[in-house]
Each structure stands twice: as C-alpha cells, then as structure tokens.
Design a protein around this ligand. Sequence first.
Ligand SMILES: [Mg+2]
Length: 132
Amino acid sequence: MMFPKPQRRKKVRQRVRASMPESALQKTCEAYLDVLDLPYIRIPDTMNSIVFGSSYIPVHVKRMISAFTKGVPDLTILHPEGMFLCVELKTESGKQSQAQKAWSKRVAAHYHIIRSFEDFKTLVNTWLTEMR
Ligand SMILES: [Mg+2]
C-alpha cells in the first residue's frame, strides 16, 4: 500500500518590501541635482578626497575622519542665494543614529530625512519654489 508523501509545509516568509539601497538612492538624488545644476556637498567623501586626493585611505585614517564627520547629513544642497538644505537619506526602515539626531538639531528646519527619490524631488522642488 502506498502512502501519500506528507506535504511539506511551505515556509511563509514575511516579505520585507524591497526598498532602494541607500547608496543607489544617493546616486539617483545626486544625478537629479546635477540635472538641476545645483551644487551640493557630500561631506565624508569630500573630506576624504580633500585630505588624500585618492580613493585609498587606510582604515585607521578612515576612523579618524569619521570621528569628525559623524552625524553629518548625506547631502547638503546649496542655493545661489546662500540658503542650504540638509538631506539625510535613509532606506524605508533606516533609523537615525544618535549623532545624526544631534546634527538635525543643529540645522533644525534645514534638515530633512528622505526615504525615496519621489520625496527627494518634491522636497527640492518645493524648496526652489519657496526661494523664488
Ligand atoms: Mg544616510
């Protein structure tokens, strides 16, 4: 007599909504700023290239730099009128570090947490409109 093979229970895995990795979001946002011809500062990278002028940085030096730039927003967008906009990019579930929270208090109303390119576009365009 043949017994039916017990059905293996399919694992129900909670699907985490795939959001854009932060690095990809940053690249997209920067490309958009380039199109708008808006200058921006990306502090950690800028610091590295100013100090060393190359992509190779010893680990202990990287740590030293990050001590200075801890919490600095991912993008600081500059306006010809002298205004600025700080943008901290996060994935959908990303959380602010303590250092980032401290920074957001320093720059108060100029600081925004952005989790998608759509939100970034809206933020920048609203900001530019208010500036006119
Ligand atoms: Mg970030």
